[in-house]
Design a protein around this ligand. Sequence first.
Ligand SMILES: Cc1cc2nc3c(=O)[nH]c(=O)nc-3n(C[C@H](O)[C@H](O)[C@H](O)COP(=O)(O)OP(=O)(O)OC[C@H]3O[C@@H](n4cnc5c(N)ncnc54)[C@H](O)[C@@H]3O)c2cc1C
Length: 460
Amino acid sequence: MPLKESIFSELRACLGGEHVLTKPEDTLPYGFDGTAALKQSPGAVVFPADTLQVAECVRIATRHGVPVVSRGSGTGLSGGSVPVTECLVLCLIRMDQVLQVDPANLTLRVQPGVTTLKVDETAALHGLFYPPDPGSMKISTIGGNVAENSGGLRGLKYGVTRDYVMGLEVVLPDGSIARLGNACVKDVAGYSLKDVFIGSEGTLGVITEILLKLLPRPRARKTMLAVFDRMEDAAETVSAIIAEKIIPCTLEFLDQMTVRCVEDFARIGLPVDCGALLLMETDGHPVVVEEEAVRMGDIASRHGAREIRTAADAAEAQQLATARRSAFSALARMRPTTILEDVTVPRSSLAEMVGYIAGIAAKHRLMVGTFGHMGDGNLHPTFLTDERDAEEMERVHQALDEIVEKTLALGGTITGEHGVGLAKKPWLRRQMGDASYELMKTFKRALDPAGIMNPGKIFD
Ligand SMILES: Cc1cc2nc3c(=O)[nH]c(=O)nc-3n(C[C@H](O)[C@H](O)[C@H](O)COP(=O)(O)OP(=O)(O)OC[C@H]3O[C@@H](n4cnc5c(N)ncnc54)[C@H](O)[C@@H]3O)c2cc1C
């Protein structure tokens, strides 16, 4: 049933008319995120300016029994911010203020609509560092990052968003406002409620403020590119670097198809005839950086790298990182529909996994480019396909199923960083087992008894 005019007028009274979209032609762009083929029209889209407006919008929605879908920039890759039928999309991008930088305590307090890049740029002004750097960091919001517990290129050494969240302010489904966690480095008072909200994909409440931990900015950084004829050799290099107890900040993998697409897109002189590339980066104390760079170069050479390039300066290093960040967009130009996987396996199984994915692509006659945060064991096999071709989509789904089965057989996880959303829902119970799956649903029921917050995401 379409939303009633009465809810629109209550929302306009709260936010002002210009911050409430109700016409289908206006709400259309908020009907999808970065996930191909998942679309749904929202009933209305609202743009609150502060926590009190968020709380009031949630109260209005609850009173009318209308679901609320929180949204940052809509770059999600599991369908988390795709609306459900006749819902209210709560878009947080107007809440884009850095509220406080506290260099004495190494913290930063922000509203959820601040972009990830702006968080790190603000930290840098004080010689500080916000490490999580999703490939989408120029546009993704920090609220979206917390809701997805996003990872990034530096996740290998520095971890994921969760490792930097000290406190949250959240609006609960009844419109009340809760503050979780605090600015103390050590705090063990009671349940760690903030951790329940990190990675909850908008299903428990709306994140309206975030207190982040910062680090000192690394003094030195070295970026290298290792070129391989065989992609299994690149994968084995990653396993060997970890096994030799080096934790660089970045070990990114691009297979041949991805290299070709990126070069076609970015034109930076990547070797398009190679089997795979590894982007390797180490940061920290200058002496340690030098030593790790030499050791990583040796390990890559021992595992068959035919060439190792070291970026001459920060500009070249930036160019290489940007090339890696453009992998998804570069692949997406090839065919009408792009389906990006997000499987993660133990790092000793990487060579087996990349070989398996290539075999699956050949078996099902599909175009698949694989890239990813290989140092984390996190791979993104990317299916280049056409959703209008039902027979091809059948083969894609079969291939996806087999890749997930293999991942689970290797002790891996169905998502390393993109979340479950709609895309990974069918496999969650299989990974978690009945008891922990039901425990998650118990949390959801306890916090959101009416099922108003992003229903149908993660699980039904
Ligand atoms: C080119 C590209 C590269 C990417 N690279 C990476 C990567 O390296 N690592 C990675 O982890 N992800 C990556 N992503 C995925 C995506 O950018 C992240 O999941 C990101 O955190 C989503 O942020 P967003 O602001 O776009 O959130 P949205 O897509 O708008 O929302 C994502 C989820 O968060 C919820 N949500 C958003 N804001 C709030 C809030 N304030 N309160 C409660 N819930 C909220 C939504 O309901 C939804 O479930 C990439 C995406 C693209 C397109």
